[in-house]
Design a protein around this ligand. Structure first.
Ligand code: PCA
Length: 328
């Protein structure tokens, strides 16, 4: 880390000096679509990352963030980057669980339920995720966890008997499965469309962090948030392989160094804001509380079922990640 940072700083000083000396910099511009709103902390962190790259490369690589699904919608971003329509992008990692179970490693209920555990799980999973993405023409830069996931409802829910038949907004295969196992009716909806879905009754409940509830002001439609701390899913930032290979080695080193800092900075921010988001939900009239014993017990049973299903789907690679994580 230290050596990389020194190298990064050294390279950045040289790059800046070259610009001031009027050396021609072959400028590269990367559009970077992101799915979540401009005010969201992931998007803010992505913008800080882009800005740092712009500065450190002396404008040689300019990254321009497009938040809120404005350039490509959340569910289009990965394909756009794979095919080179966008050189870089950010997406919820577990949204690709239907392509490969490995991508869902961060959405196994109750496997890693704190920031510390999430860091360890990511450390254990990262090489495999990196390899899987490389097979898909993608280079992984960094990943940042959302705060822990809990349940949003428009009524008091003390057990799965209370949630039967509820229309539930899912953001990946795991959240759709949670809904099914709770007797609810899952529908896949991007955060960008969440408010509309709640307003029109397409969805009446969902699972997410306090962050998304706050960003989308869901207190206008929902009344209860149950803290479950079920998992901490990650957003990840990635680059098209050809776009990456077109950068010179110095620029690649700068980007990698700043990506490491962005991963740390984003994770710290997520943790710092975690309690604040819940306080905001409460301040805006929501009842924020831990899931009751009955509901909690039922969710843990659902979690055990889903862990088994994931282990089976992810095979030896998945088992190796979970073993490595548990040994940490
Ligand atoms: N917010 C994202 C994913 C996880 C989270 O906390 C969402 O609801 O889309």
């Amino acid at each position: 880390m230290k050596a990389t940072m020194l190298k990064t700083l050294g390279v950045s000083a040289i790059a800046t000096a070259a610009v001031f000396a009027g050396a021609p910099a072959a400028a590269e511009k990367w559009d970077m679509p992101m799915a979540y709103s401009d005010s969201n902390f992931h998007t803010q962190n992505g913008k800080a990352f882009a800005e740092a790259v712009n500065v450190a490369t002396g404008g040689k690589l300019e990254i321009v963030v497009h938040g809120g699904g404005s350039l490509f919608k959340g569910n289009e971003i990965k394909r756009a980057v794979q095919t080179g329509q966008a050189p870089a992008g950010e997406r919820l990692l577990s949204a690709h669980q239907n392509e490969s179970a490995i991508f869902g490693v961060d959405s196994i209920p109750f496997l890693a339920t704190s920031f510390e555990a999430s860091d360890k799980l990511w450390q254990a999973a990262r090489p495999t995720i990196e390899k899987t993405l490389a097979e898909q023409n993608l280079v992984l830069l960094y990943a940042v966890p959302w705060p822990p996931q809990g349940l949003y409802f428009n009524k008091e829910v003390n057990s799965t008997a209370d949630s039967k038949g509820v229309k539930f907004r899912a953001y990946n295969a795991a959240t759709a499965r949670v809904a099914e196992l709770m007797g609810m009716l899952p529908v896949q909806i991007e955060a960008a469309e969440l408010v509309q879905a709640l307003a029109t009754g397409v969805a009446e409940a969902f699972v997410s962090s306090g962050s998304t509830g706050y960003d989308r002001k869901v207190w206008e439609h929902l009344s209860h948030f149950y803290e479950v701390n079920a998992w901490l899913p990650r957003n990840y930032v990635f680059v098209n392989k050809q776009a990456w290979d077109a950068l010179d080695a110095d620029t690649q080193n700068i980007v990698k160094g700043i990506a490491m800092l962005a991963e740390r900075a984003g994770t710290t921010k997520s943790q710092q804001l975690s309690g604040w988001y819940l306080a905001q939900l409460a301040a805006n009239g929501m009842k924020v509380q831990p899931a009751g014993d009955q509901l909690r017990g039922e969710l843990e049973a659902i979690g055990a079922t889903m862990s088994g299903e994931w282990m089976e789907a992810a095979g030896d690679e998945g088992k190796a990640i979970v073993d490595a994580y548990k040994a940490m």
